[in-house]
Design a protein around this ligand. Structure first.
Ligand code: GDP
Length: 300
């Protein structure tokens, strides 16, 4: 994970450390030596405003410090790791705990563009919940993409979970409403709802999502972002946030992501927690996001 990101950042930090000749770190020196770091971050898909904040945060932290030349690299790296961890640690809530402690049926909505990994993430999360003793109801709320309903049904069969579906082209808000009714009638505690990732020619995707939310009041709106989309991920996240609000993010395909900047950018620019990361195509490949581990995997 993040091999290119790691190489670039390590090189930039090592170079920055070598350029420090004075014992006492001045603001001018630090701003100069972090120029390369900023470029490395941008090349690794970190958004401009995030890269700038990382560099200015580092400068603030290190200004006036006295470091021996031999210790400069370690001091800078330690500060970098701390800054990254802070950016990533936006109050991560525990979705499973919130479902457990609710008396009502919880509705978890998965949002995102086609191909981001929505359906895969939904079924991986269903598998986590099954292991916790729940029997989630799956709602086939993507009524546009060909084969999406069958895809969810296939997983429902494998996991032995009920899938509530209507026909293609039908109203997604109604499918999810029915799934909630089914859950209430059958004493299920949670509904996981898939949604369309692209608009039908006659409807606007965001309008459809707004309607789903209006009708069903989801407890969790989880935005699924393909980490490989790079800098676009910030723009995508903003669109969903503006339309319906996002409670947390899942970043998928982290197993094949060499750059890693998307995680930093989304967490920083949106201020939303990263709940899980997708690390493969199997049910068990959904991991709790660990800012400490990620900030370590970027360096070292
Ligand atoms: P959707 O259109 O958003 O529902 O996307 P899908 O769930 O159908 O996923 C699109 C493709 O990405 C599929 O081939 C998935 O197997 C793959 N995929 C999803 N999540 C991951 C992940 O974390 N890692 C990898 N390597 N592939 C993933």
């Amino acid at each position: 994970m993040f091999s290119k990101f790691k190489d670039r950042v390590n090189d930039a930090l090592a170079k920055a450390s070598k350029e420090i000749t004075e014992k006492k770190l001045t603001r001018e020196d630090l701003e100069r030596v972090f120029g390369d770091l900023k470029i490395s971050l941008l090349q690794s898909d970190v958004a401009m405003e995030t890269a700038e904040e990382i560099c200015s945060d580092l400068t603030d932290k290190l200004e006036g410090k006295e470091v021996k030349r031999t210790e400069a690299e370690n001091t800078i790296k330690e500060s970098f790791r701390y800054t990254v961890k802070n950016i990533l640690s936006v109050n991560v809530p525990d979705v499973v705990d919130s479902i457990k402690s609710s008396d009502d049926v919880s509705l978890v909505l998965f949002l995102g563009f086609n191909g981001s990994g929505k359906t895969s993430t939904l079924v991986k999360f269903a598998s986590i919940l099954k292991n916790e003793g729940f029997e989630p109801v799956l709602a086939a709320g993507d009524t546009y993409r060909a084969a999406s309903i069958e895809q969810l049904e296939k997983h429902g069969d494998k996991l032995d979970l009920k899938v509530v579906k209507h026909d293609y082209g039908s109203d997604a808000a109604a499918v999810i409403y029915d799934a909630m009714e089914h859950a209430k009638a059958n004493d299920r505690k949670v509904v996981l709802a898939d949604t369309a990732g692209r608009s039908h020619s006659n409807t606007n995707l965001m309008d459809e999502l707004k309607k789903i939310c209006r009708v069903n009041s989801p407890n969790w709106k989880i935005l699924v972002i393909d980490s490989l989309t790079g800098n676009d991920s910030v723009e995508q996240a903003r669109r969903f946030e503006d339309a319906v609000g996002v409670d947390g993010v899942v970043l998928t395909k982290m197993d094949v992501n060499e750059k890693g900047g998307a995680a930093l950018s989304v967490a920083h620019t949106l201020g939303k927690p990263i709940l899980y990361i997708g690390t493969g195509q199997e049910y068990e490949d959904l991991e709790t996001f660990n800012p400490e581990a990620i900030s370590r995997s970027i360096l070292d």
